[in-house]
Design a protein around this ligand. Structure first.
Ligand SMILES: [Zn+2]
Ligand SMILES: [Zn+2]
Ligand SMILES: [Zn+2]
Ligand SMILES: [Zn+2]
Ligand SMILES: [Zn+2]
Length: 148
């Protein structure tokens, strides 16, 4: 059996916190959507795990039974930016938001073919059939209304 010390791999949110406390803590992060995405800020729960944290069958880390809100990170839910910590939404940068806006089916503005259901266009390039179009759905792409 080989064990690795995991202690130093976790970033500690603040050096004043007791690091051996047997409890998990949580606080909220907020994710901004980037123009032209018009969605509101997402509040995302963020856990700080202690050594008793568990891992579920899917491999996701779960807080232990002793979960407490970390009120040193308190934020104003009406104006979360006031205390900083602004992050950009991974859904936005990946094209996930636009995909939802397009109703899950869209016509690529780059190769002008429809029927796309992923975040990027899987049509093969004309002239080089080994390569996908790879265009990530953008504001120029149109919803594909054919099958709805
Ligand atoms: Zn814990
Ligand atoms: Zn913010
Ligand atoms: Zn977005
Ligand atoms: Zn395309
Ligand atoms: Zn496009």
């Amino acid at each position: 059996m080989r064990y690795r010390s995991v202690g130093p791999l976790f970033s500690r949110p603040s050096p004043t916190q007791a690091t051996n406390a047997a409890m998990c803590q949580y606080y909220y992060l907020h994710h901004h959507h980037m123009p032209p995405c018009m969605r509101d800020i997402d509040m995302v729960v963020h856990y700080v795990f202690c050594k008793y944290a568990m891992t579920d069958s899917a491999g996701n880390k779960m807080p232990c039974g002793n979960l407490q809100y970390d009120d040193t990170q308190n934020i104003d839910y009406n104006d979360p930016c006031a205390t900083g910590g602004c992050l950009s939404s991974p859904d936005c940068s990946s094209g996930g938001c636009r995909l939802v806006e397009l109703g899950g089916r869209w016509i690529c503005c780059s190769c002008r073919r429809g029927g796309n259901s992923g975040r990027w266009c899987r049509h093969r390039m004309r002239g080089s059939p080994d390569t996908f179009c790879y265009h990530v759905c953008c504001t120029e792409c149109q919803p594909d209304a054919k099958k709805r």
